[in-house]
Design a protein around this ligand. Sequence first.
Ligand code: AGP
Length: 367
Amino acid sequence: EDLDLGGYPHYMAKEIQEQPESVARMIRGRLDDRFGVARLDGLNLTPRELRGFSRVKILGCGSAYYVGQIGATMIEELARIPADAEAASEFRYRNPIIEADTLYIAVSQSGETIDTAFAVEEIKRKGGRVVGLVNVVGSTIARACDGGVYLHAGPEIAVASTKALTNMAVGFALIALSLGRVRDLSNADGQRIIDAIRALPGQIKSILDFEPEIAEHAKAVAAANSLFFVGRVRGYPVAREGAQKFKEISYRHAEAYQTSELKHGPLALIDESLPTVAVVPSDELTERNLAAVQQIKARGGSVLAVTHENVDFGELDVPRIVVPKTEPELDPILLTIPLQLLAYHAALTLGYDIDKPRNLAKSVTVE
Ligand code: AGP
């Protein structure tokens, strides 16, 4: 990719549109249909070593941390290994316990984020094994790790990250597949995930085709001073990332909650002035999510749902952004895409500097 705008008004718009191609690059040569597994030679881990880990810890900052949460759930679901994500900026300051049978994964677009780089150093000092999920080849974090998977997203210029994050999520699917296939994940289940991964670029393209409709929704939400993003389990990091993107470029207060936590406090804030963007995938939690949407509506709040075609909202008057269905484990990858466009068009409506939002740097390389 060249570094010019290529006819787009902003780098963020360009980078959002590049995602079908950039995901295709991420998976090229990495899917092995014969064995239903991902080929990730750069991890420098033998199947025996992969099998030996009993825990996974993911470290990143900001949006990379939220995608790490998506990745942790994928790893738990596909490999059945306890996995969690933590902000590298916290981890490095809390004298973390480093375990020999934990696989540490550092995730970073730039590969230069100082908090993540220091977390990697801390892990290595204490003898832990750390691999990277990094975009910039030869960057500080990529060099410091024991191995890794490059994102191949191409240069990302906009401060609000989009295509690199999507490739991180796809990267976690590949890692989850690798960890799963040396354990109990069957060849057939591996193949199911591979087929779904292969379909992602086309599905992302079909979401991007709905940009005009999403832009209309964005105008409506941009009118509010404050909004909630809610989701649960797989959908919660999607909500976090949606809120993050929104606040970064539209300067609106956007707060993410687990849908399940609403009634434990935040529901008190709901009224006509506070809209909610609800992540409502078609999965085993759909009914519970719909019940929460109903509770918000009953308190006068408006809801915009990011959902799947077959979710039945019944009598609920809820505008919807419908994304294509993939395998449940991969749903967060596609659910995140319209939230990028929602933030972009909200910022456009409000007239802010989309590629260089105030107070933020593309990568935080100093303390
Ligand atoms: C994303 O939109 C943000 N600008 C920010 O949270 C970013 O993801 C974070 O600073 C981490 O950057 P990195 O991926 O380059 O390490």
